[in-house]
Design a protein around this ligand. Structure first.
Ligand code: MCN
Ligand code: MO
Length: 710
C-alpha cells in the first residue's frame, strides 16, 4: 500500500516552514563562541604565542600535530589555534590579536612529484605514499601488446569542493557528568565513537540536529570537532563553532583529485581486450581520519575501473599520496565517479578512434546477463541486473535525443555505470509502540536531506498495515538507539531500511501475540491484518489501540531493536544521456536535456529516488563544466561562492528519469542505492557530449568555454 508510492516527504512541513533546528540554532545558557585561526602557508613550522583565551596545539594535545598542530602545519587553511569569546564577532576580533610566527618549509602539491619523496610533506612521514595496492588478473600486459589497437593517455578527475547549504559546525557542553555534542554530521554514533576515543571518556552523547546537506564531507570527524570537544570538557562551558563559508571551503570538503594513466587494448570491432592503469589519488595533507576515508576511495576507483564491461585481462596499481593541500574526503560517489569518468571517457575514445557508435561499443563490451553474478578482474562482484537489456531500452531514448539535437552544435553524450552501494557492516533500527498507539521508528543511520525517514515510515506502515500518519520517525541521537553506523555510500534505505523492516516484522509478531491474549485465544487461532487482530473462527477482532493496551497489561514488550548485518554490498547500474548545446563562438555549453535510466532494484519511493537523480546529476554536470578548486602556490584561490562556480537551477536541464526493476538486491528491501548515481555517471555523460561535438578528447575537467573554442 505504501511501498513503491511517490509520497511527499514527511519531514518537509517542519523544514519548509522554517521550524527546523540546525546546529547554529542550538542555544544554551552561557554559550561561548569558538573561532579557529588558520594557517596561511601550505607547509611551515609555527610558533603561536600563548595568552589568555587562546588555545594552541600545546594545550589540546601537547607535542602532537593532531587534531591541531603544536609544531608543523601541512596545509593552508589548517586550524592552528582556537579562541573562546562571548560571541562570534568578538571571537573573530580576538583572532586578529593572535601572534604567529611561521618558518616556511618546502611544499609539494603535485602527487606525482610527491611520490618521489624529494620533499616530505610532513617531517614525521617516512614516505608521502600513504597507500599502494595492486590488482590484476589474466595477462594484461601481454594481451595489450598483442592488441591490434592500443589507446593510451592520462585523465584527471579534478579536485572539487563539497558545498552543502549548511557548513559543518558543532556545539559541545560538558554538564559535569556527560559531554553533550550537537554536530552537523552524517552520523551521531560514528562521531561519538571518535570523540570518546580521543577524549578517553565514555559518557558522550552526540545529537545530529537537522542537517542542511553534506555530500560526504561530514562523515569524518574534523579537527575542529575534536578540539572543540576537548575545550568544552576542559572549560566546562558550552561552546559553539560555526565556520564561515570561506573557512569551510579551504578546510572541510575537498574531494576527487584522482588521476589515471592508462593503456587499453582494443579489437577493431571495439571489443576491449586488456586494461593497464595507474590510479593516483592526491589525498592532501596527512590527517588520519580523512586519509583513511579517501584512500579507500582511491582503491575503489581502481577496482571499479572496468565498469560494467567484461574485461578479463586487467592490471591496475593504485596510490594514495599525501601532499600539502587540504585533506580530501569522500565526496558523493567517492571513487565510483572517478572510475566511471575514466572508463566512460575511454569508451568514448574507442568509439571516436574506431568510428563506432557509442552505444554499440558499450553493447559489445558489457557483461552478459548469463554471466551474472560477475566478478571483475579486480575482484568486485556485480550481483544482479541485465546490462544488455538496459542498453537496448536506452536505444530509443538515445535516438530520440539525437533527433532533438538536429544541428552539429548540439550533441548527445552517453555514459553507463555500475557502482557499489549499501555498505555494511550492519545497521540498527528500533520500532516501538507507546500506550497511545503511536509507532515510533528510530534508525541508527543519519539521513541529512535524502528523505529516507519517509521511506522508513512507508516500510513500517506497510509491514504493520497501519496508516502512515501513525508512524513517527526519529534518528540522529546516540541516546535513543543503542548504536548505529550512518548515512553514506547510498546505504541508508537498503541497509537501514532492511533493519526497519526486520524490527517491524518482529513487532507485528508481538502485536499478534498481544491481540490473541485480548481475545483469549492462541496465536495460531488469530490473524493480524490492517492493524487489527481477528479470531479466525469467531470473527471477533481487536483494534490496534486495544492490542497495544493488551500488550502493556500482559507484559509483552512492544519495543523491538533489530540489527541487520550486511553480507555483501550491491551493485546498481544505469545509462544516462545528456543533450548539450555548444556555442562554437563563445564556447558556452548548455545541457538542454538529460535522460537517466537506472536499475536500483525495488524503488521504495520513486519521488525521493527521482529527487536524488535530479540533484546528483546536476552535481555531475557541475563537475563536467564548472567546478574546480583553483590552487596556486599551495593556496586555494576560489574559496568562496562568488568565484567557485556551482551548477544552479539556472544551469539545470530538463531531467527525465525512468527506473527499471530488473535486478533485485539481496537485502530484505530488495533495493539498491541511488543517492550517488547521478554524480557517478552525470559527469562523463556531459563530457562525452562535448567530445561528440568537437571530435577531440580532453584529459581533464571542467570543460570551460575557453577550452572549447578555436
Ligand atoms: N530510495 C528509494 N528506492 C531505492 C533507493 C533509494 O526510494 N531503491 C530513496 C530513499 O528512500 C532515500 C533516497 O532515495 O530517500 C536515497 O537513498 P539511498 O540510495 O539509500 O542513499 P542514502 O540515503 O544512503 O544517501 C546517501 C547519499 C550519499 S552517499 C551522498 S554523498 C548524498 C546523497 O545521498 N548526499 C546528499 N544525496 C544527498 N541528498 C541531499 N539532499 N543531501 C546530501 O548531502
Ligand atoms: Mo556519500
Amino acid at each position: 500500500k505504501y511501498v513503491g508510492k511517490a509520497l511527499r516527504r514527511i519531514e518537509d512541513p517542519k523544514l519548509i516552514t522554517g521550524k527546523g533546528t540546525f546546529v547554529d540554532d542550538i542555544q544554551l545558557p552561557g554559550l561561548h563562541y569558538v573561532a579557529f585561526l588558520r594557517s596561511e602557508y601550505p607547509h611551515a613550522i609555527i610558533r603561536v604565542k600563548r595568552t589568555d583565551g587562546i588555545f594552541t596545539g600545546h594545550d589540546v594535545n601537547p607535542g602532537k600535530d593532531f587534531p591541531i598542530p603544536s609544531n608543523e602545519v601541512t596545509y593552508a587553511g589548517q586550524p592552528i589555534a582556537a579562541v573562546v569569546a562571548r560571541d562570534r564577532y568578538e571571537a573573530y576580533d580576538l583572532l586578529e590579536s593572535v601572534e604567529v610566527e611561521y618558518e616556511q618549509l618546502p611544499f609539494e602539491t603535485d602527487p606525482f612529484q610527491a611520490m618521489e619523496n624529494k620533499v616530505k610533506v610532513y617531517s614525521k612521514l617516512e614516505s608521502n605514499i600513504f597507500v599502494k595496492k595492486e590488482f590484476f588478473s589474466g595477462e594484461a600486459k601481454k594481451i595489450l601488446e598483442e592488441s591490434p589497437v592500443v589507446i593510451s593517455g592520462e585523465l584527471h578527475n579534478q579536485r572539487i569542493i563539497s558545498t552543502p547549504m549548511e557548513t559543518i559546525g558543532t556545539v559541545a557542553w560538558f554538564d559535569g557528568q556527560r559531554l553533550n555534542v550537537w554536530s552537523s554530521t552524517q552520523s551521531a554514533h560514528y562521531l561519538r565513537r571518535n570523540l570518546a576515543k580521543f577524549l578517553g571518556i565514555q559518557n558522550v552523547r552526540v545529537i545530529q540536529p537537522d542537517v542542511g546537506g553534506a555530500f560526504g564531507s561530514k562523515i569524518i570527524t574534523h579537527p575542529e570537532e575534536y578540539a572543540l570537544s576537548y575545550l568544552a570538557l576542559k572549560l566546562g562551558i558550552p561552546l559553539k563553532w560555526i565556520p564561515t563559508r570561506r573557512e569551510e571551503m579551504v578546510s572541510a570538503g575537498h574531494g576527487r583529485d584522482k588521476w589515471l594513466r592508462y593503456k587499453v587494448g582494443v579489437k577493431r570491432d571495439g571489443t576491449i581486450t586488456s586494461v593497464v592503469g595507474t590510479v593516483v589519488g592526491n589525498l592532501g595533507a596527512p590527517y588520519q581520519d580523512a586519509n583513511d576515508d579517501d584512500s579507500g576511495n582511491v582503491i575503489s576507483a581502481a577496482r571499479m575501473l572496468p565498469g560494467p564491461y567484461k574485461i578479463s585481462h586487467g592490471y591496475v596499481v593504485a596510490y594514495g599520496v599525501n601532499t600539502n593541500l587540504t585533506p580530501t574526503t569522500s565526496y558523493r560517489g567517492a571513487g565510483r565517479p572517478e572510475a566511471t569518468y575514466f572508463i566512460e571517457s575511454i569508451l568514448e575514445e574507442i568509439a571516436t578512434e574506431l568510428n563506432l557508435d557509442p552505444l554499440d561499443v558499450r553493447l559489445r563490451n558489457v557483461v552478459r546477463p548469463e554471466e551474472m553474478p560477475y566478478t571483475n578482474p579486480f575482484g568486485i562482484t556485480y550481483d544482479t541486473g541485465n546490462y544488455v537489456e538496459l542498453l537496448n531500452l536506452a536505444k530509443s531514448y538515445y535516438e530520440q535525443l539525437k533527433n532533438e539535437a538536429k544541428s552539429s552544435n548540439s550533441c548527445v553524450g552517453l555514459a553507463m555505470y555500475v557502482e557499489i552501494t549499501a555498505f555494511g557492516p550492519w545497521e540498527t533500527a528500533r520500532v516501538y509502540v507507546k500506550y497511545d498507539g503511536k509507532v515510533t521508528v528510530i534508525s541508527g543511520t543519519g539521513p541529512h536531506g535524502q528523505g529516507d525517514p519517509t521511506a522508513f515510515a512507508q516500510l513500517a506502515a506497510e509491514t504493520l498495515e497501519i496508516p502512515i500518519d501513525w508512524v513517527d520517525v526519529r534518528w540522529g541521537d546516540t541516546e535513543i538507539i543503542e548504536d548505529g553506523i550512518g548515512t553514506w555510500g547510498s546505504r541508508t534505505l537498503s541497509i537501514g531500511g532492511s533493519a526497519v523492516l526486520m524490527a517491524s516484522q518482529e513487532l507485528k509478531k508481538r502485536l499478534t501475540e498481544a491481540g490473541a491474549k485480548a481475545l483469549d485465544a492462541d496465536v495460531e487461532e488469530v490473524i493480524y491484518a490492517e492493524g487489527k487482530v481477528t479470531h479466525k473462527k469467531t470473527g471477533k477482532s481487536v483494534e490496534f489501540l486495544d492490542i497495544v493496551k493488551s500488550a502493556y497489561k500482559n507484559g509483552i514488550s512492544l519495543d523491538v531493536t533489530s540489527v541487520y548485518t550486511v553480507k555483501k554490498p550491491t551493485t546498481p547500474y544505469g545509462v544516462h544521456m545528456a543533450l548539450a548545446d555548444l556555442d562554437r563562438e563563445t564556447g558556452m555549453v548548455k545541457v538542454r536535456k538529460y535522460v537517466a535510466l537506472d536499475d536500483v532494484g525495488n524503488v521504495i519511493n520513486p519521488l525521493l529516488a527521482e529527487g536524488q537523480i535530479h540533484g546528483g546529476s546536476l552535481q555531475g554536470i557541475g563537475q563536467a563544466l564548472y567546478e574546480e578548486a583553483v590552487i596556486k602556490d599551495g593556496l586555494l584561490e576560489n574559496g568562496n561562492l562568488g568565484d567557485y562556480s556551482l551548477a544552479t537551477a539556472v544551469e539545470s536541464p530538463k531531467i527525465v528519469w525512468k527506473y527499471f526493476t530488473i535486478g533485485l538486491s539481496p537485502h530484505p528491501t530488495g533495493s539498491k542505492g541511488i543517492g550517488e548515481a547521478g554524480t557517478v555517471v552525470g559527469t562523463p555523460a556531459v563530457t562525452n557530449a562535448i567530445v561528440e561535438c568537437l571530435k577531440r578528447k580532453f584529459d581533464s575537467m571542467p570543460l570551460k568555454p575557453e577550452r572549447l573554442i578555436g
